[in-house]
Design a protein around this ligand. Structure first.
Ligand code: SAM
Length: 286
């Protein structure tokens, strides 16, 4: 039975194993059953699903996943948590715990072996110090995924979901939206965690696109343009791209490409939609 989602039981387990929180691993454990229910609901977990959990901690969310999914793989970096997980997950026979750094695991190989290469779901209360590398790694490696439902810093969730014109709009918004449709499923205050984080949190669900919403001839160029435009936010797009060490276009070439796609020469990168960045990449790669 899932019994960890409250402060009393969490403290009992922490005391039993004399567990010491490691700040360097971003450990903030969930202690609120409503939030746990919301995560399961947002991820639409059913008995068909193979779920990857990143950072199970003492196994709170893992227990909920085991109850609702067919199979769960939980990857935890902190070896001090492994004996705890053996205890808290002992009544489930559909979970495997792997003591690894998620950034070093070959997920394509695991999905091939454990799920016949079929798409999986990812669910996590992420360690905030590596949110972006984890999410971008999952998206860029084209791992077979149905959706990713994760707790992140509220500010990061807002950036992923932002549209042009908003102050939160940037390279992360465009990169995430190229691969997936973001949806903020819940805002979560610090008192739902132990210890309390210094920032507000949110559960964001990323539903993977079957194919990207825009067509580009050169994906690498698209992302170089996006990065270069937002590296120099205060500058016009033309200056940002001309100054970038990653790109070798002249000012004239960039102006010509902007003319081709009917954008003004003094436009800033933050005004461009994903579609317009794709058009610009295609015009420049001609
Ligand atoms: N899922 C638990 C919960 O909700 O209570 C714990 C979430 S806590 C925010 C993040 C977890 O990720 C911690 O257990 C931490 O040790 C683990 N972690 C941190 N870095 C990791 C990494 N590189 N690979 C795998 N797990 C990691």
């Amino acid at each position: 039975m899932a019994d960890l989602g409250n402060p009393k039981k969490t403290i009992e387990i922490l005391n039993k194993y004399k567990f010491i929180f490691q700040k360097k691993f971003g450990q903030n454990f969930l202690i609120d059953t409503h939030v746990l229910d919301k995560i399961i609901k947002a991820a639409e977990i059913s008995k068909e699903d193979f779920v990857l959990e990143i950072g199970p901690g003492i196994g709170t969310l893992t227990q909920y996943l085991c109850e609702h999914a067919r199979e769960v793989l939980a990857v935890e970096i902190d070896r001090m948590l492994i004996p705890i997980l053996e205890d808290t997950l002992s009544s489930y026979d559909n979970v495997t715990v792997l003591n690894e750094d998620i950034l070093k695991v070959d997920l394509n190989q695991i999905i091939q072996l454990k799920n016949g290469g079929k798409a999986i779901k990812v669910v996590a209360n992420l360690p905030y110090y590596i949110t972006t590398p984890i999410i971008m790694g999952l998206l860029e490696q084209q791992i077979p995924l149905k959706n990713i439902t994760v707790m992140v810093q509220k500010e990061v969730a807002d950036r992923m979901q932002a549209s042009p014109g908003s102050k939160d709009y940037g390279a992360l918004s465009l990169a995430v939206q190229y691969y997936a449709k973001p949806y903020i499923a819940a805002n979560v205050p610090p008192n739902c965690f132990m210890p309390r984080p210094n920032v507000g949190s949110a559960v964001i669900k990323l539903t993977l696109h079957d194919k990207p919403p825009v067509e580009v001839k050169d994906e690498t160029l698209l992302f170089s343009l996006i990065r270069a435009s937002f590296n120099q936010r205060r500058k016009t797009l033309v200056n940002g791209l001309t100054n970038s060490a990653d790109l070798a276009f002249t000012k004239e070439q960039i102006i010509e490409a902007l003319n081709q796609i009917a954008l003004p020469e003094n436009i800033r990168g933050e005004k461009l939609t994903l579609e317009q960045f794709a058009q610009l990449a295609n015009a420049l790669s001609n």
